[in-house]
Ligand binder design. Structure first.
Ligand code: KIV
Length: 283
């Protein structure tokens, strides 16, 4: 960004930020609008349209070119969490706990969740896992850490769960996923992300669990939706089936860069409009 151009919409309204409780109360009502955010100016733009902003560990793939989320560390999440909290005035900001920072024990999960909240100002953490993580979720919630669960396709388990394909397209795959969602909801999660599952399974889980179900690749049957912002803006060439591209940002960027490069080479940029003159001079 140019140092002289006007700053984006980081407005000066007092914070009246949504809480995990507010999101939990949206079960069965107007669908909950969620997107990922990693940086301040994007968070500021998304904030007034969204109920929840997730600082996802997808940051590793989207901003750092990693081929999975497994290499993301807690310091990275905290750095981006702080940036997002600076831009968000009203949406609940949730920090993803990265792989290796919570699975080993509930005490480790508490220590790292406490860091994620106290060092960023976010209002909740997200962790992946079902039945096996329920005890940890309960431990965190009872100690003041609101938790967003994440079941179905769990990208941090890509090596053990067999890739990124949709789950539950055969009925005999349903029960463990239903059990996972129920376990996390009953453990006290304020909501649960349900990723990459067939529509009838999403409907069944949404009807069954007490907390809101936020879908990604899980049909319109859920209580809310989340997407990776850069995916729905069309930044990347590859496009999963469940992503609707609301613009072609990648193409717009290329067009702008091509115009810039042409104008620099032809000396059309910078023009007089972008050039400092001596004080008192007319031109
Ligand atoms: O890391 C992430 O962005 C996520 C969402 C896709 C749910 O977990």
């Amino acid at each position: 960004m140019s140092t002289t151009s006007k700053a984006p919409t980081i407005d000066a309204r007092p914070k009246r930020q949504a809480t995990a409780k507010n999101i939990a109360a949206m079960k069965g009502g107007t669908p909950i609008v969620c997107l990922t955010a990693y940086i301040t100016p994007m968070a500021a733009r998304l904030d007034k349209h969204c109920d929840l902003l997730l600082v996802g560990d997808s940051v590793g793939m989207v901003l750092y070119g990693m081929d999975s989320t497994l290499g993301v560390d807690l310091d990275t999440m905290i750095r981006h969490g702080r940036a997002v909290c600076r831009g968000a005035k009203q949406a609940l900001v949730v920090i993803d706990l990265p792989f290796g920072t919570y699975e080993e024990s509930k005490e480790l999960a508490f220590r790292n969740s406490a860091r994620a909240l106290s060092e960023t100002g976010a209002g909740a953490v997200k962790l992946e896992g079902g039945v096996e993580m329920a005890e940890t979720v309960e431990f965190l919630v009872k100690r003041g850490i609101p938790v967003l669960g994440h079941v179905g396709l769990m990208p941090q388990s890509v090596h053990t769960n067999g890739g990124y394909g949709a789950r539950g397209r055969d009925v005999d795959e349903w029960q463990p996923i239903i059990d996972d969602a129920i376990a996390i909801a009953n453990a006290g999660a304020f909501a649960v992300v349900l990723e990459g599952v067939a529509e009838p399974l999403a409907r069944k889980i949404t009807e069954t669990v007490s907390c809101p179900v936020i879908g990604i690749g899980a049909s319109s049957e859920c209580d809310g939706q989340i997407l990776v912002t850069e995916d729905m803006l069309g930044l990347f060439a590859i496009n999963p089936k469940f992503v609707k591209r609301y613009m072609e940002l990648g193409q717009s960027i290329e067009g702008a860069i091509e115009a810039y490069a042409d104008e620099v080479r032809s000396r059309d940029f910078p023009s007089d409009d972008h050039t400092y003159k001596m004080r008192g001079s007319n031109s």
